[in-house]
Write a protein that binds this ligand. Sequence first.
Ligand code: GLN
Length: 260
Amino acid sequence: MSASVSRRSFLGLAGGTVALLGLAACGGNNNAGTDGKTYIVATDTTFAPFEFTNEAGEFVGIDVDILAAIAADQGFTYDLNSLGFDAAVAALESNQADAVIAGMSITPEREKKYDFSDPYYDSYVCAAAAEGGDVSSLENLNGMTVACKTGTQSASWAESIAEEYGFTITYFDTSDMMYQDVLTGNTAACFEDYPVMAYGVAQGNGLTIIGTDEEDFATPYGFAVMKGKNPELIEMFNAGLANIRESGEYDEIIAKYLEA
Ligand code: GLN
């Protein structure tokens, strides 16, 4: 795993609660496989509460735990590679990963290229600015530069409204790099998935939400493979997801990260 990107700045915003929560096995690749294949699953680096490095240095999160629970239920083996969102998708496309789990939005456009599992979490997008600063609404972004994360739905939202609100966009590879850029005052705001930003704000990351889109950019998260490849992996993910929803394990995982 390469989860070391900007751990310091992430921990700065993670606060104290996360350490109590992060009990997931790192990597989660110790399940007994049935056919000997170890799937390579690519993920993001810092996208709390879905995947992140906690204060104990463990790579944890809702995606990490859900995948581990499903693999245990279905008896498949995997390695989890923490690459960054855009890099995870690139790894999938270049056959260096079998699947992606990274709070990845299921969109009609992506469904042309990838097969997604059943949805496992509902999301939408938001913009956030420095808490206590001059920017408190999208209207304040006129003439300013904002931060987006390459290849994401929140970047697509920003791109779709940039002209209307008169801002320009600069791109980053990771969420924590975007947040830092806003906190240091280089960019006026950043665009992010709402559940991720809301979690960060609640942890005291110094940002405040200034706008949302809950309609055009409301998309559930899914586990993705390349279209037509590894169909058995999608089947196992869906079967395992149904089982962990049924058993209550899914709810326990969500509660572990969101209701502590
Ligand atoms: N949900 C967003 C997307 O799929 C962002 C995912 C991420 O940054 N890990 O584009």
